[in-house]
Design a binder for this molecule. Sequence first.
Ligand SMILES: Nc1ncnc2c1ncn2[C@@H]1O[C@H](COP(=O)(O)OP(=O)(O)OP(=O)(O)O)[C@@H](O)[C@H]1O
Ligand SMILES: [Mg+2]
Length: 496
Amino acid sequence: MTDQPLFEARNITKTFGPVRALNDVSLTLFPGEVHSIIGENGAGKSTLMNIVCGRLRPTEGQLFVNGAEVQFHSPLEAQTHGIAIAPQEINLVPHLSVAENILLGAQRGRAAAIDWKATVRDATHYLHEVDNSIDPRARVTSLSKAQQQLVQIARAAATQARIIIFDEPTAMLTYRETEMLMDYIRRITAEGRSAFYISHRLDEVRDLSHRITALRDGVHVGCIGPEEATREKMVTMMAGRPAKVGGHSLRDMSDRPTVLEVRNLSRDHEFEDVSFDLREGEILGVSGLIGSGRTELAKCLFGATRARSGAVRLDGKDVAFHAPIDAIQAGLIYLPEERKQEGIFPLLSIAENTALPTIDRFGGLLTIRNREMMEEVGKLAAQLKAKFNSLRDPITSLSGGNQQKFIIARWLMRDARVLIMDEPTRGIDVNAKLEIQTVLRRLTEERGLSIILISSEMEELLDVADRILVMHEGELKGIVDRRDATQEGLLELAMS
Ligand SMILES: Nc1ncnc2c1ncn2[C@@H]1O[C@H](COP(=O)(O)OP(=O)(O)OP(=O)(O)O)[C@@H](O)[C@H]1O
Ligand SMILES: [Mg+2]
């Protein structure tokens, strides 16, 4: 690495009204380097990267490219200096094709003179460097969220940026795609491009980075090399105190009554002949790679789609939900995996977003008993250690991980028999994840709530689930008791 940084941010401060998201932060990036930014939810990682890529302007401070000061008024200006971002939230045009999305803003030629053939050829090239299973002609809406995330990466790469920012690229990815992405980043940095990398998965950060910078409450707390970067060290930098240890006690649930019975459930092209029991107070983990049919199964149980055949019994009674509202009334709730499209109401406040499905309890929308609602939301927010300024602020002012905490809180406010959670702790920092697990365990113990927990993070399932169900390409491959489960064993089952 040379002495001259390719990029430098000097003394960056960013305020949003009374919130100081960044306070005097400086950092550099060298050619061929992967520089990771770690920090708890709301620490300021995305804000910093949004300043680097021209989506936000700093309140104070300076940016330099190759030693010369630059000011970006838009992402396009940052692009002309070779900087592009693959953002944390999905930000694609849904009704356009993958190729069109990749080359929006990077087309060959201008407006009327766009060479579409060359455009599609180029898009395919960039896309297939990241993942060669995605069809460039497919519409974005037909892709999974993970695939959409990969398209965003190809879009950043297609600008021929020398600096690519990856803001939690792996939050939606499972094991195999994550490995592919790591290879990709190593390849492009070996060719001399550089990357800023954000992730809550600390082993990834350690394996990939040349340097790791930690932010805490908007302040730069240190920068270390990978040799120093133990999990303990990183968590201590992020949290200001040593790491808590995960792993809840093993429980034997075999004598508990069955709450949900699923028998030979099938749905064309999604899953085939799935049978399992969920017991009262149990946490049943669901593991599997992308395309394993986990989300499809959850949506079908929730009444969002109809099964072709099979039976579902809730508390011993046959049920056939025609719509999610039937499921919710029967006490079965599904928390979807993608918050922006399926989870949040961007125009409403944090409190309203959280209390909406239970609003009748507070007197309905027009006569709402605000204090009560605020109190209850506030209590849950504290339990989940959410970071916010006021519950009356719009939900969109929260960091990605904190939005997710309020979505979880929303469903915890409602009494349910069965809660199906699809990747609930995606994008949530290590310590907050443990808090959420503790809250979930408490609910199973105090309220007898039964939880189906879909997660791509095997560690999480091994920490908190009582049993783990493994799916692969629409088939149930097995159900393993946690005491017998290992990461290798689960992977083997998932890929067999
Ligand atoms: N548009 C905004 N208006 C008000 N506050 C904001 C806005 N954007 C960010 N913030 C605040 O700035 C702080 C930093 O947020 P940021 O999104 O940078 O966190 P982060 O480190 O990326 O967290 P996460 O891991 O959850 O993605 C948070 O307290 C957030 O609420
Ligand atoms: Mg963020």
